[in-house]
Design a protein around this ligand. Sequence first.
Ligand code: PMP
Length: 442
Amino acid sequence: MQPSQIKDLEDLDRAAIWHPFTQMQDWEEEIPLIIERGEGNYLFDIHGKKYLDGVSSLWVTIHGHRKKEIDDAIKAQIDKVSHSTLLGLSNVPAVELAEKLIRIAPPNLKKVFYSDNGSTAVEVALKMAFQYWRNKSPLSPPLSKGWGGDLKTKFLTFENAYHGDTIGSVSLGGIDLFHNIYKPLLFDSIKATFDNANDLIRQHGGELAAVIIEPMIQGAAGMFLQPEGFLKKLRKACDENNVLLIFDEVATGFGRTGKMFACQHEGVWPDLMCVAKGITGGTLPLAATLTTQEIYDGFKAPYRDLKTFFHGHTYTGNPLACSAALANLEIFEKEKTLANLPPKIAHLKQGLQKFYDLSSVGEIRQLGFMIGIELMKDRQAKEPYPWEDKIGIKVILETRKRGVILRPLGNVIVLLPPLSLSVAEIDLLLEVTFESIRVVTE
Ligand code: PMP
């Protein structure tokens, strides 16, 4: 790329784009890093500089960038049709993908409702759970005549939960830093900890529509793991108190934790499951909410009863995205992606131990390819760095200089590489991250 072209792009970015989760005052003072292309586990900027993609382009890339089979599937689908609606029609890749998703999902999940991103997959789950109880209530007359008294309208969610940025999913969230500002707009939910959740379910069962949780590991909070056996107990409490259980597998799904879905670590199945991010291997936006036959049947009724699920996004079941997802899942089978992960996960785990030599490394949390390295000002006293210090941002700017792209969560350095990362690339990722933390904090 010509130097003048590069300068134009950098100026135009600052002039025209408002970046997500970004303080634009800082952004405008910096030179933006603009990506031009990708190849395998690497991204290349407009200067031609090569970077290892250490966060899978925000947790989506699975088999690397420009994976031939996925790109070919998208190209082949373009030659057939790029979009056709699922409202009143169906399309070939959407049908084939639904069948495939049901085949790999927990065995009780039998129906697929498509949307476009993680937040909308969560919105769908919460509206489905809410309406399911209304539809089922013997007290409830047809909705057109108002609602007849079913009390199951509340959701139980967890401290530090993150379920997306739309108003419904923010209402279910528990990260004060992101969510406090919007409080006046949100509906109330019951906030639980891992310690008191089951008691709260017993206490509030009569008014709870559902419990929602990121199974095994809370991602955006900074990679917090749940105690072993926790999901089993949660499932039991939900069953005993007639409460639905929603698993948000948006971040954890598609191999990220070492299993296809995180809930498979404990063999606990939800009533509704949200997936997005890695579903297309990191190529096109697509999401799905999977549910049971029983919940689906709760919406089947004579037309006049108005028990229909009134929800549907314009690009729902987009054929290009569905064909990308099909190709993504075929690669899992063909390349035995999941079977190849355990040695790489063990290698990561072993390599991470060395990080405790750095006095700023307070805690390392890992499940499969999801890793959080929490930096602390004083690890004995568990004193965090003040968030205004931007310690995470400083570290990732150092990794960038050394050819690795990361994105921190506050003081937590996140490593969430594509599953296609080789052992040599794991070493590169760890070396650069180690050195960058050392330079910033010692
Ligand atoms: N749920 C979880 C667990 C997530 O991690 C995220 C995104 N990080 C979302 C939902 C929201 O997904 P999206 O950004 O695609 O709306």
